[in-house]
Write a protein that binds this ligand. Structure first.
Ligand code: MGD
Ligand code: MGD
Ligand code: SF4
Ligand code: MO
Length: 705
């Protein structure tokens, strides 16, 4: 068989790196970077290059499966499965109403353009309030901050003109973390930092661990995990005291500067240094470099968003940007990465806080309301397990490995097992899929056409990329969207796509749908399809429009609940640990995308996720690398194999998520350890978004019993 090479792009994460794909006998056999790709310039990561193993690996689903009464999954024609699911969903809705049906959208729905649109079109018409996504176990404080503070619509400053950038709780060189579209180094981050530093930009990293990103930093602050809110309060204290903030911007757009000053008054450099275990001089240096810069920002990642005071930490991080005026003013160029989607010039005005969770739908569990139309993921198990009229009885999981992703494995599993109907749409037989009544086998990247419309919020300049499907999917596989559209039709619905109702029987191809979805943008579909390496689109030249004269909205820096949370964060001394205690911290692995890749030993180089400890901590515990231990938290325990990482802060242990199996007897050396046996869905939750504590969790290491 001959090998042909096709031009495409990777869609495992939002970096959308341009790739060259070798195909033999209708199979992808090799993936490498495309040097002619304008954004990625030949860069790919090990996950992207491992696409052949991911697509053809042993856990790849090649057929839709239904679970029989004996608990065994057997292949079923997808049309038959869809008909059964539609009938069962309709029966549940008829008896209990639409709120008995929930949808969970995972990370891989968010990089699959057609899936994301069509699943929304289906679910939106159902009329259920039970919408969940990984955003609310990820960085949902980023939704909460504007809902409490308000949002400056002109946008934040960009990387290419910054003289300082402060990254907290994120390792973008490895993760391409894009936050909520607010982080501007998703595409080829290492290169972006290199260019910015060559211009003289100072990079500051706040992370207890040495990382690939901190290795590039001018200043690396390594506080005790879980203390981000205290560090940020200290930075605000010093910046306010030295008048390094932007008085003009604050006078025009900000309410609550004096309340902020009062709230962070206790966060003196000495107090913060002692609480966070950093040097006073280092804190002062970070405050000076950040506060006296002209342009540049702080941005955060999961490390800041998983901690014990994550909502207020994120609020204070944004407050640093706001009081220092690190925004785009009227007349300055606007951020505009849009090419396929429509965009209009932002205005230099404040969108007031909407505190959406205080109005509208309330869950009968805890009275929780919605943020951006979603309920907190950590509420989903209670929504299933708590009896009541609108109890969730049916759940569709789209592109997520939910049973491993949620905190508290036991409760997550009990909830999924208590459902009348669980449908999982995935490309692999995951731990979550094993619990499902139906597993819909979805097409993977390179088996489906796509374009980059969904990634535009991460782009710093207008750019678009299109790829056709390069290989046919395995015989029993459908594209996710086809399942959702067929499901809607079989339920008797007529969903709307790109503003058009789609009656049953409409012949529709992926290519047509992709064209419809780019209707609002500035790119001709034929031109896009002709530019196989990707299409840099000329800037629309948008500038930030001036504030309307009668507009008086201002950002609210310290609403009452935030004031109380600042005080609580400053008072909390629980992270100063007792003898033998360690703080468990979160971290992502270079070669896995959450659970994707963990089952490919040639990619991971291991079959498990080690519990990494500093060599001094290993020695203090009398342990050597490879020893099996038990990690014990207040909530649970998990067996793990220890490893050494001299880049860790002494007193921490780091165990990546999305490993292990639900089988408690399974060997951890063969399958790894699910860190979410240690976390809780009931205890230490943040208010409002109910974010669980997934970093800075006190644990002990004990010999494996
Ligand atoms: N290779 C790879 N890339 C990924 C993923 C993956 O699994 N693998 N996952 C994707 C997903 S879903 C997401 S959400 C993004 C997340 O992207 P990131 O947020 O960049 O994720 P991490 O690399 O885990 O970085 C979190 C950092 O926080 C640090 N940290 C832990 N606790 C604390 C703390 O209390 N305070 C501070 N300041 N730092 C702390 C950790 O040491 C770690 O370096 O990555 C995405 N990209
Ligand atoms: N303790 C702890 N818990 C955590 C975290 C942590 O750091 N620590 N991180 C949290 C975060 S930030 C996140 S985002 C979640 C993980 O969030 P999840 O989204 O649950 O994680 P993934 O493993 O990426 O799941 C994506 C699934 O989509 C499948 N997939 C791949 N391509 C396609 C496709 O084209 N179509 C479909 N339908 N499926 C596809 C993959 O096989 C995979 O099973 O975990 C959260 N939980
Ligand atoms: S997974 Fe790797 S190769 Fe694929 S888009 Fe992300 S960074 Fe690029
Ligand atoms: Mo995530």
């Amino acid at each position: 068989m001959t090998i042909t090479t096709e031009i495409s792009y990777c869609r495992i994460c939002p970096a959308v790196c341009g790739t060259l794909v070798d195909i033999e006998d209708d199979r992808v056999v090799r993936v490498r970077g495309d040097r002619e790709a304008p954004l990625s310039g030949g860069y790919t990561c090990p996950k992207g290059r491992a696409a052949p193993e991911l697509m053809n690996g042993p856990d790849r689903l090649t057929e839709t499966m239904a679970r029989g009464a004996d608990g065994v999954h057997r292949p079923i024609a997808v049309a038959d499965a869809t008909a059964d699911i539609a009938a069962r969903l309709n029966a549940i809705i008829e008896e209990h109403g639409p709120d008995a049906v929930a949808l969970f959208m995972g990370t891989q729905t968010l990089v699959n353009t057609l899936s994301a649109f069509v699943v929304h079109a289906w679910f939106g018409q159902l009329g259920s309030h039970k919408l969940f996504s990984t955003m609310t176990i990820d960085q949902s404080a980023k939704w909460l901050v504007p809902a409490r503070m308000g949002e400056y619509q002109g946008g934040l400053q960009s990387l290419d003109e910054a003289d300082v950038w402060l990254i907290a709780g994120s390792n973008p060189v490895i993760t391409s973390n894009g936050g909520d579209g607010d982080v501007p180094f998703v595409m080829n981050p290492a290169n972006e930092f290199k260019k910015a530093k060559a211009r003289g930009m100072k990079l500051i990293v706040i992370d207890p661990r040495q990382t690939e990103t901190s290795a590039r930093a001018d200043i690396h602050l390594r506080p005790r995990p879980g203390t981000d809110a205290v560090v940020f309060a200290g930075l605000l204290h010093v910046i306010l005291e030295n008048r390094w903030y932007d008085e003009d911007f604050c006078a025009e757009f900000v309410d609550g500067l004096e309340e902020l000053r009062a709230a962070v008054a206790p966060a003196t450099p000495e107090f913060v240094a002692s609480r966070c275990d950093i040097a006073v001089e280092d804190l002062l240096e970070v405050a000076r470099v950040f506060g006296t810069a002209e342009r540049g920002r702080i941005s955060t990642g999961t490390g800041t968003n998983f901690g014990p005071h994550s909502n207020v930490a994120e609020h204070l991080a944004d407050t640093l940007n706001i009081i220092c005026g690190r925004v785009r003013r009227a007349g300055e160029p606007a951020q505009d990465g849009h090419a396929l989607f429509a965009s209009s010039p932002p205005v230099a005005r404040v969108v007031p806080p909407d505190r959406s969770w205080e109005t509208g739908f309330r869950s009968r569990v805890g009275g929780h309301g919605q943020i951006r139309g979603e309920l907190p993921s950590s509420l989903l198990p209670d929504e299933i397990l708590t009896p009541g009229p609108d109890r969730v009885r049916a759940l569709v999981i789209s592109g997520a490995n939910l049973v491993l992703a949620l905190a508290d494995e036991e409760k997550a599993r009990a909830a999924l097992e208590a459902l009348d109907l669980l449908v999982v749409v995935d490309t692999r037989m995951t731990e979550t899929a094993r619990l499902a009544d139906y597993v819909i086998a979805g097409a993977m990247l390179y088996e489906r056409p796509d374009h980059t419309a969904l990634m535009e919020s991460f782009m710093q300049a207008p750019f678009a990329h299109y790829t056709p499907a390069l290989v046919p999917p395995p015989g029993g596989v459908v594209e996710d969207w086809q399942f959702y559209l067929d499901l809607a039709h079989r339920m008797g619905m007529e969903p709307e796509l790109a503003g058009q109702p789609i009656p049953a029987g409409t012949a529709l191809s992926s290519e047509e749908l992709l064209t419809w979805l780019m209707g609002g943008g500035r790119v001709d579909p034929d031109e896009l399809r002709a530019h196989r390496h990707g299409l840099p689109v000329p800037s629309a030249g948008m500038v930030v429009a001036p504030r309307p004269e009668d507009d008086t909205e201002r950002l609210q820096l310290v609403p009452d609940d935030v004031r109380a949370e600042i005080a609580a964060a400053l008072e909390d001394d629980s992270l100063v640990l007792g003898d033998g205690q360690l703080l468990l911290i979160s971290r992502r692995m270079k070669n896995a995308m959450n659970s994707l890749g963990t089952k490919v030993p040639s990619l991971m180089g291991t079959t498990y996720n080690p519990a990494l400890m500093h060599p001094d901590d290993l020695a203090a515990h009398g342990l050597v690398e490879g020893a099996e231990v038990e990690v014990v938290s207040r909530h649970g325990r998990v067996r793990a194999v220890v490893g050494a990482d001299p880049g860790l802060r002494v007193g921490t242990v780091s165990l990546s998520h999305m490993w292990g199996t639900l089988d408690k007897e399974a060997s951890v050396a063969e399958h790894g350890s699910n860190v979410n046996r240690l976390t809780s869905l009931d205890d230490e939750l943040q208010t409002i978004n109910r974010m669980p504590r997934m970093t800075a969790l006190p644990v002990r290491i004990v010999p494996a019993g």
